[in-house]
Design a protein around this ligand. Sequence first.
Ligand SMILES: NC(=O)c1ccc[n+]([C@@H]2O[C@H](COP(=O)([O-])OP(=O)(O)OC[C@H]3O[C@@H](n4cnc5c(N)ncnc54)[C@H](OP(=O)(O)O)[C@@H]3O)[C@@H](O)[C@H]2O)c1
Length: 289
Amino acid sequence: MKKILVTGASGFVGSRFVARWRSEYNILTPTHAELDITDRESVNSYFMLHGPDVVVHLAALSNTGYCEQNPDDSYMVNVEGAANIARAAALCGARLVFFSSDQVYNGNLESGLLDEDVVVAPENVYGRHKLEAEERVLYFNPNTVVLRATWMYDRERYGMPSHANFVLNIAKAIKERTPVVFPVREYRGITWVREVVEFLPSTFRLPSGVYNYGAENDTNTYEVACCYCEMLAGLQSGALLYPDYDRYPAHERNLSISTDKIFRASGGTICFSNTISGLRLFVEIGNGC
Ligand SMILES: NC(=O)c1ccc[n+]([C@@H]2O[C@H](COP(=O)([O-])OP(=O)(O)OC[C@H]3O[C@@H](n4cnc5c(N)ncnc54)[C@H](OP(=O)(O)O)[C@@H]3O)[C@@H](O)[C@H]2O)c1
């Protein structure tokens, strides 16, 4: 049985990954207190003691607003912490799967689906730090798969954390009868975390390098929200959702990823639903929320 070390196992993705795969892998799930990724020496000791085959590195400061306000903390965890993990993984010959973000594309001016080869120049702290981390982890451990993940969602599940996400934001608006605003000038993939978790073991076998990872999307965020509301038993979005035409005035914000590369590299195994069909699946088999 492969030994998999998951950092950030108590988080949104980590808790769902562990719940899904714990019967098929020997999964190590140190808490933040047991393995602080910013402490290089204890990271090295932990890795030498446990000798994982694969490391799924999910530990991060994932709140973009917090990172903007606290760039030093963000750098320490999202860049230095990732580098510590990559060095330690290399020391014990482990493959590393590192979660980056589609926020590395947030300064791009191109429209349409973006592939991994476009030149990126992220405009916020989180995006810049994820990009620097990508470079550092590949440098310290060339046996690394970098996954540029999109915004993810899920319903609330017992024992698992759920921070603000697309479907929960809409569910809250429905429940509290308070309108919610979504940007018209934004294009981004929005992915059911179930697919992210389901495909993760297939990433262990990919050639090293950078891959977009999540749902494609060519519909603006406001329209995606309207479509989702209609899927929820034909709920009329009119009084609930409002278009925001003013957000992102300098240029349209396009984070939409192309997933051709990962589809081809995995021999068609890693095949995400696009954003709208993923939401439909979420409503049909995940019961929506
Ligand atoms: N969620 C999304 O929509 C999204 C989108 C794109 C990319 N990503 C990326 O995907 C990865 C997983 O995201 P997520 O949503 O699961 O994150 P999350 O829910 O915020 O969880 C982050 C995890 O990191 C741990 N952590 C933070 N600082 C740590 C440290 N110094 N040492 C050890 N552990 C530490 C946290 O533990 P404590 O809570 O105990 O501190 C928590 O378990 C992250 O790299 C994130 O940037 C997420």
